[in-house]
Design a protein around this ligand. Structure first.
Ligand SMILES: NC(=O)C1=CN([C@@H]2O[C@H](COP(=O)(O)OP(=O)(O)OC[C@H]3O[C@@H](n4cnc5c(N)ncnc54)[C@H](O)[C@@H]3O)[C@@H](O)[C@H]2O)C=CC1
Ligand SMILES: O=C(O)C(=O)COP(=O)(O)O
Length: 527
């Protein structure tokens, strides 16, 4: 196997490059390139490790013809077009906890800096002014902190703020009552929060629902003299409205670490009263950067080298321990999916994946992904486990997964069934010797065959002499048969023949085979 190649395109702790190398990847660190430069380069890489400065657009992804994984050394992934990456079969992962304490601490630092106007006091003192009378601050003790978003970072901010004796309330539609009780915070709606909070701190991702969540209207109707801290994402606040509210005094102060447009070299808020800012430093501590660099490199290398999937945003997790165990199952699942995809006719809208025996004890999601990857190949040749579920959804394919506790004739079995116009059609397979995929049933007929390379699937009448006729036809045409597998429904009834061939059969060979006495259908298959 060639070594996976990874590009680190944003400034990252050197531990990331070290881990990639130790785990068997080639790595280039090339930061600060513009989109055109990245587009020209990305085609040669299997992995792309980023922070927030690289934006991964559809154009970049179209050029990324070998890319398998994007790793975000951090939390927010609004700089990656995840639906497009999924469509391209690229896994997107982040490191959801590595910088959360650091970012929460930055929000607390910003809160204290706002309360006591530390940046301006510092600047003017160092300017020789000694402006003691201009900086009358407020205490945070006893004040109400309103969190918009109370997930990992919001939750940590809550505990730190409670340590400062603040009362914490939160607006987060996904916060459970139990978690709110555990955090000792009151769950409220957004209007209530804005009418009560002395400080507001934002901790949501940037999504279509949260964009502009602090709109002009909400800022203008908030509690007069409110102070706002944003260490989450720029697009959450209407910046022009915030500037007006700072100037009118409606908002008593704002501390932003993030801006709608970054890098923010110019911004309407610069110079506004009681406005302080940092250049997206929320995650910038030595501890957090080591954490996220180590974690992203471990996760990406795991995927590129062993197929393990951790913290992916567009694929189910698969631990590095599970991956080798699941590998033969995934090969079996993909072939079964591919077989029904090649054989079943018409518009297929339902597929079910059943697992029995040892297979029922395994993580089913990767097996389903592999079946769908094999099956969807009937529609697209760029399909893989990552994009198959998305493509299946796009085509309206209904997928069901069934686990049977019962033990059947095989100690492990995967069955794939599609609903066709003439009823359900199903194929099943097992593993021989724990890692060799074998087909054991095709459309109700027991058979035992490897699914590999070029094959011919022939349905025929179970009559004497048939096998000789087919063998002679192929022999006369100089086609070498690798394996020869037979199955039949009843003696003298419908029978099937699966042949593996050294080369792809020509259309002419197939037409000749169809003319052989007793043959009903001939289908060329490829795995
Ligand atoms: N300034 C910086 O350097 C950093 C910024 N961040 C930002 O902080 C964000 C939050 O990070 P975490 O707390 O780790 O994420 P998280 O996923 O643990 O928490 C986000 C919370 O927002 C809530 N939420 C989602 N939609 C909402 C809505 N419409 N209204 C209210 N709440 C909503 C979710 O329910 C969740 O509880 C990240 O998405 C990232 O954008 C993260 C790290 C560093
Ligand atoms: O982790 C996040 O979401 C961040 O915003 C941190 O951004 P950065 O890695 O410092 O560019």
């Amino acid at each position: 196997m060639t070594k996976p190649k990874v590009l680190i395109s944003d400034k990252m702790d050197p531990n990331a490059a070290r881990i990639f190398e130790e785990r068997g990847c080639d790595v280039d660190v090339i930061t600060g390139e513009n989109a055109e430069e990245l587009k020209a380069r990305i085609g040669e890489y299997h992995g792309l490790a980023i922070r927030s400065s690289t934006t991964v657009t559809p154009e970049i992804l179209d050029a990324a013809t070998n890319l398998k994984v994007i790793g975000r050394a951090g939390i927010g992934v609004d700089n990656v077009d995840i639906p497009y990456a999924s469509g391209k079969g690229v896994v997107v992962m982040n490191t959801p906890f590595g910088n959360s304490i650091t970012t929460a601490e930055h929000a607390i630092a910003m809160t204290m800096a706002l309360a006591r106007m530390i940046p301006a006091a510092n600047a003017r003192t160092q300017n020789g002014e000694w402006p003691k009378k201009d900086f009358m601050g407020i205490e945070v003790t006893g004040k109400t902190l309103g969190l918009i978003g109370a997930g990992n970072i919001g939750g940590i901010v809550a505990t730190r703020a409670q340590g400062l004796r603040m009362k914490v309330i939160a607006y987060d539609p996904f916060l459970t009552e139990d978690r709110a009780v555990e955090l000792g915070i009151e769950k409220v709606d957004l209007d209530n929060l804005l009418s009560r909070a002395d400080f507001v701190s934002l901790h949501t991702p940037l999504t279509d629902q949260t964009r502009n969540i602090l709109s002009r209207e909400r800022l203008e109707n908030a509690k007069p003299g409110i102070r706002i801290v944003n260490c989450a994402r720029g697009g959450l606040i209407d910046e022009a409205a915030l500037k007006d509210c700072l100037e009118s005094g409606q908002v008593a102060g704002a501390a932003l670490d993030v801006f709608a447009e970054e890098p923010a070299k110019e911004n309407p808020l610069f110079g506004a009263p009681n406005f302080i800012c940092t250049p997206h430093l929320g995650a910038s501590t030595t501890e957090a950067q080591v954490n996220v660099a180590l974690q992203v490199a471990e996760q990406m290398a795991d995927y590129l080298v062993n197929g393990g999937v951790t913290n992916a945003l567009n694929m189910p997790s698969l631990s590095a321990e599970e991956a080798p165990k699941l590998k033969p199952y995934m090969a079996l699942a993909e072939r079964l999916g591919s077989l029904v995809g090649q054989l079943a006719h018409g518009n297929l809208t339902k597929i079910s994946i059943e697992r029995e025996g040892a297979a029922a004890q395994l993580n089913g999601k990767p097996i389903t992904g592999a079946v769908l990857a094999g099956f969807m190949r009937r529609y697209s040749d760029t399909v893989n486990m990552v994009n198959a579920p998305y493509l299946a959804k796009e085509r309206g394919l209904e997928v069901s997964e069934i686990r049977h506790e019962r033990d059947g004739a095989f100690n492990t079995l995967i069955r794939v069934t599609v609903e066709t116009e003439s009823g359900p059609r199903s194929v099943a397979g097992t593993l021989f010797g724990s890692d060799k995929p074998r087909l054991v049933e095709i459309f109700g007929i027991g058979i035992e065959a490897e699914l590999d390379g070029h094959m011919l699937y022939i349905v025929n009448d179970d009559k004497p002499g048939f096998i000789g006729r087919i063998g002679s036809l192929l022999g006369e045409r100089g086609i070498n048969i690798g394996t020869f597998n037979l199955g039949r429904r009843d003696a003298g009834g419908e029978a099937v023949l699966l042949l593996s061939l050294d080369d792809a059969p020509t259309a002419e060979t197939i037409a000749e085979a169809e003319k052989v006495e007793g043959v009903k259908t001939v289908t060329a298959l490829v795995f």
